[in-house]
Structure formats: structure tokens, C-alpha cells
Design a binder for this molecule. Structure first.
Ligand SMILES: Nc1ncnc2c1ncn2[C@@H]1O[C@H](COP(=O)(O)OP(=O)(O)O)[C@@H](O)[C@H]1O
Ligand SMILES: [Mg+2]
Length: 243
């Protein structure tokens, strides 16, 4: 199996506090890797580090074999274009129409003409099951629809890697289920590698190929769902027991 991402001994400190503490992890091409762990343990921070939106204190992050930490800005931007992120709370621009939200990366990074960007935006919206909403504004859509728009935007540049931060948080069960199916569908159709950070155990166990458990700034275990369910580790057992 080819590696899409490899993280080696990553350390991230902020205000003298170590959030990520020697984290290592390999993500293979086209897999859906879940990351689970308690709140405030650095899951979102890890995704931001992968895009180098924040600078690690130490360590290596290889994207398709290249260390993004010793890249110049030009190369880094090329790598970023191959990565899409679906932010928690969708993070859409309130004042932009739906199609403009989706076309935003196209207009900004590729500087392609508006008509063409709009066509691509419509295509991406269709790929996530949305049609006829192009002219609306984010507040006119439900939470589940906004999440789809966020995914359409993440797919705008045809990324090879998509990062999802709590994609089902705050959604009712059928909507959460629809988003889960969409994550799998996106992988199947576009061959993307996915990292899904979530507390939603149902989501994790139903869509992930493997699950990494984040605790105290490290991945303490990576295993397929069926193996993780039978983990002998006391902490993992109690964390997954929840009910
Ligand atoms: N820029 C920052 N400045 C100070 N503290 C931060 C910063 N970013 C993250 N943190 C802290 O790092 C910890 C991990 O945050 P986060 O990655 O958001 O956790 P999670 O997504 O797992 O809930 C939290 O305690 C948070 O307060
Ligand atoms: Mg978070």
C-alpha cells in the first residue's frame, strides 16, 4: 500500500504547553482513517498542522513523500491545492452565495473566469447531492446542506486528500448518516484519501478503514474498527464504552 501521508515524531507547543507530543502516523492512499480522542486533546490542531496552517515545533509531515515543513511557499501552495478541508461548523462565508462559496478556491487559486468557476461549482454541488441552491446564501440552508456545501468547496480543486473535522457534529441522525455515506462515496468516486476527526463512534465504526486513537498528544493505537472494538487497553475500552 502506498502512503499518502506520513507524520513522524510531530511536536506542537503553544504558550509553553505541549499539545502534540511526538505523534507518528501513516495514512495510506484511498483509505478512510478516523481519528478519535477526548475533546481538547489536539485533533483539530493536528488537521491544521497537516495543512501547515500552524507551524509545528518539531517533526516531519510527508505528503506523498515530500516534507511540507521544509518547502517554500510556492511549493506549499501547490500541495495545499491537493488537499481539501471540511471545517467544523462548515465555515462558509455568510455574505457569499452558495456557488461563490464553492467557487472560492477556484477563483482565488486558479484565477479562472467566473463563468467557468460557476460551472465547476455547480458540478461539485451536484456531486454532493445539491441542485438549485446556487443563488442562495448559507443561512438559507439547513446544517446538513451547509455541510454538503463545505464538502463541495473542499472538492473544488479535485484534491487527493480530504480532511474532515467533526463532519457529523450537531446533525440529526439521518442527516449524519447521509454525510457519512457522502464521505464514503467521495472516496469511491474520486479516489481521495480521507482523514475523519470525530467523536461520533457510530460514524467511525461504520465508515473507517482504520481508526487512530489520540491521547495526550500521541496516537496510542491504530487499528481497523473490528479490532479496536476488542481492544484490551483499559483506557480505550472505557473511552469507547460511553453508554
Ligand atoms: N492557538 C492556540 N493557542 C492556545 N491554545 C491552543 C491553540 N490552539 C489549540 N490550543 C489548545 O490546544 C488544545 C487542543 O485543541 P484542539 O486541537 O482544538 O482540540 P480538539 O479538536 O481535540 O478538541 C486545547 O486545549 C486548546 O485550548
Ligand atoms: Mg476540534
Amino acid at each position: 500500500m502506498e502512503k499518502a501521508i506520513e507524520i513522524r515524531n510531530l511536536i506542537y507547543e503553544v504558550n509553553g504547553r505541549r499539545i502534540i507530543d511526538g505523534l507518528s502516523l501513516v495514512i495510506y492512499k484511498e483509505e478512510i482513517l478516523g481519528i478519535v480522542g477526548p475533546s481538547g486533546e489536539g485533533k483539530t490542531t493536528l488537521l491544521r498542522l497537516l495543512l501547515r496552517l500552524i507551524e509545528p515545533t518539531k517533526g516531519e509531515i510527508l505528503i506523498e513523500g515530500e516534507n511540507i515543513l521544509d518547502m517554500d511557499d510556492r511549493r506549499l501552495n501547490e500541495i495545499r491545492k491537493r488537499m481539501g478541508m471540511v471545517f467544523q461548523y462548515s465555515a462558509l462565508f455568510d455574505s457569499l452565495r452558495i456557488w461563490e462559496n464553492v467557487a472560492f478556491p477556484l477563483l482565488r487559486h486558479l484565477k479562472i473566469p467566473e463563468g467557468e468557476a460557476r460551472k465547476i461549482a455547480e458540478e461539485k454541488l451536484k456531486a454532493v447531492g445539491l441542485e438549485g441552491v446556487e443563488e442562495l446564501f448559507p443561512h438559507q440552508l439547513s446544517g446538513g446542506m451547509q455541510k454538503r456545501v463545505a464538502l463541495a468547496r473542499a472538492l473544488a480543486l479535485d484534491p487527493k486528500i480530504v480532511l474532515y473535522d467533526e463532519p457529523t457534529a450537531g446533525l440529526d441522525p439521518p442527516t449524519a448518516f447521509a454525510i457519512e455515506r457522502l464521505i464514503v462515496d467521495t472516496r469511491n468516486r474520486f479516489g481521495v484519501t480521507s482523514i475523519v476527526v470525530t467523536h461520533d463512534l457510530e460514524c467511525l465504526f461504520s465508515i473507517c478503514d482504520r481508526i487512530g486513537v489520540l491521547r495526550q498528544g500521541r496516537i496510542i493505537k491504530v487499528a481497523p474498527p473490528e479490532e479496536l472494538k476488542f481492544s484490551e487497553d483499559e483506557w480505550i475500552k472505557s473511552f469507547l464504552r460511553r453508554r
